[in-house]
Ligand binder design. Structure first.
Ligand code: BG6
Length: 462
């Protein structure tokens, strides 16, 4: 029998985007980003050779897009500011044209009763900052904190929630371990330094934010991937614990609890992979934990005990401690290849309830990428029934977690308009709103209509 899942009043319904993936270059004297630089030197590493010049053209079409956000039931929306657009050389002059653009966007959202949630770093930074050492450099960390303060001062009177970083582990993995982000280095010790530098930049920003006494909250957005062991034996459990330590707790613990897991410190010490830090750094991290946590959830990580001891000659990687496990019968998104495991979202929320002081949180990204989505166009509209099922399936578990005391405040889908995705270009479509890449025209998908009903009814039937 169908059941109605009702959510609390004022639940945040919305979606997330990022500057580099949606704005397009626009004509504002924006500085070159790390992505634009990489694209300029290695265009063939990008799907179909397409870079971030146009993306969804939000820079020019933001008014129409915000109108569509309204039409698709948004009461909140996460965007990010492009550091390179606002401060083209990373630390110097503020670009007035960028200030005008972000003021316009934020004001337009508010006029449409959509709460602006704003991120400061979503994988893009001025290329010059990367050249100066990225998150390994104290100078860059300070420049970032300065940039954050500029944002708080310019837009802080209107932004509802701030986020320092989006998925900070992804540039660590991509840029310093697995070669899918610039600067394409494979070196665990440097990766650990980058991860630590990010956490420090984050904590220093939280500190600067708190001093301003703004009405809004500050948090971080982490991609949490629950680690499930193949079985309940000691070795599989140990493997899952390692994966959890490296990929979740390396950021979750310092950001929410103010300290790194002792087990992780001991492990890195044992293999001589500890980053350089000072006692003062640890104190800043301890005193500046988040007020709000964004959780991005796409798929879980399944692991099993390592079959063979890692070859000590090969570069040190988290994979020294576990093997991936392809669980028979797991549900796969046939259009993207990722596993779909709805209950994962519940497990994350319950873990936050029980082990992370039931921190106020929301699902900041969850979504289903689909290749060649034009296949599903019927009478001029994308009939993405699979996405509606995907959303409902996850929301059912968010609802259950809520009933059991989770402090979850909302659900944001990745993403609003179809956009450009890093090395994958336009391969996978995620939006509630289709973008025709030839005309750049927008049209609401079936899931966009569903989203509007979701907000209208503050729930759904399934
Ligand atoms: C999240 C990111 O990891 O996943 C987004 O915050 C990204 O920036 C999204 O686009 C989907 O991943 P992908 O690689 O399919 O675009």
């Amino acid at each position: 029998m169908a059941k109605f899942y009702r959510f609390p009043k004022d639940f945040w319904w919305g979606s997330a985007t990022s500057a580099e993936q949606t704005e397009g270059k626009g004509n504002t004297g924006k500085g070159v980003t790390n992505w634009e630089h990489w694209y300029a030197i290695e265009p063939n590493r990008f799907f179909n050779g397409v870079g971030p010049e146009i993306t969804s053209d939000f820079f020019n079409q933001y008014k129409e897009d915000i109108r569509l956000l309204k039409e698709t039931g948004h009461n909140s929306f996460r965007m990010s500011i492009s550091w390179s657009r606002l401060i083209p050389d990373g630390f110097g002059e503020v670009n007035e044209a960028a200030v005008e653009f972000y003021n316009n966007v934020i004001n337009e959202l508010i006029q449409n009763n959509i709460k602006p949630f704003v991120g400061l770093f979503h994988f893009d930074m001025p290329y010059i900052m990367q050249e100066r050492g990225g998150w390994e450099s104290r100078e860059v960390i300070d420049a970032y904190v300065h940039y954050a303060k500029v944002c708080f001062e310019l837009f802080g009177d209107r932004v509802a929630n701030w986020f320092t970083f989006n998925e900070p582990i992804v540039p660590v993995e991509g840029g310093y371990l697995y070669d899918f982000h610039y600067p394409n280095i494979v070196d665990f010790k440097r990766a650990a330094q980058v991860a630590f530098g990010t956490v420090l930049a984050h904590a220093k920003t939280v500190k600067a934010f708190k001093r301003l006494n703004l009405q809004s909250k500050i948090g971080i957005v982490l991609n949490l991937t629950p680690s499930y062991p193949r079985g309940n034996n000691e070795h599989d459990l140990k493997a899952a614990n390692y994966a959890d330590l490296f990929f979740n707790r390396s950021f979750l613990d310092p950001c929410v609890k103010g300290a790194y897991p002792q087990e992780l410190i001991e492990l890195l010490k044992e293999y001589d992979q500890l980053p350089v830090y000072t006692e003062e750094d640890l104190q800043i991290i301890k005193e500046n934990t988040v007020q709000l946590l964004g959780v991005n959830y796409y798929q879980p990580r399944r692991v099993k005990a390592k079959m063979y001891k890692a070859n000590e000659e090969s570069p040190f990687l988290p994979e020294w401690f576990f093997d991936p496990y392809e669980m028979p019968g797991r549900k796969i998104n046939p259009h993207r290849g990722w596993e779909i495991y709805e209950k994962g979202i519940y497990d994350i929320l319950i873990n936050l309830r029980d082990n992370y002081r039931n921190i106020e949180c929301f699902i900041s990204e969850n979504g289903m990428g689909v290749e060649n989505e034009q296949r599903f166009i019927e009478n001029g509209q994308v009939n993405d029934h699979y996405r509606i099922q995907f959303i409902k399936g996850h929301l059912k578990y968010v609802h259950q977690a809520l009933k059991e005391g989770s402090n979850v405040k909302g659900y944001h889908l990745w993403t609003a308009m179809d956009n450009w995705s890093w090395m994958n270009g336009y391969k996978n479509r995620y939006g509630l709103i289709r973008v025709d890449l030839d005309s750049m025209e927008r049209s609401i998908k079936k899931s966009g209509e569903f989203f509007q009903e979701l907000n209208d009814n503050n729930g759904f039937e399934m």
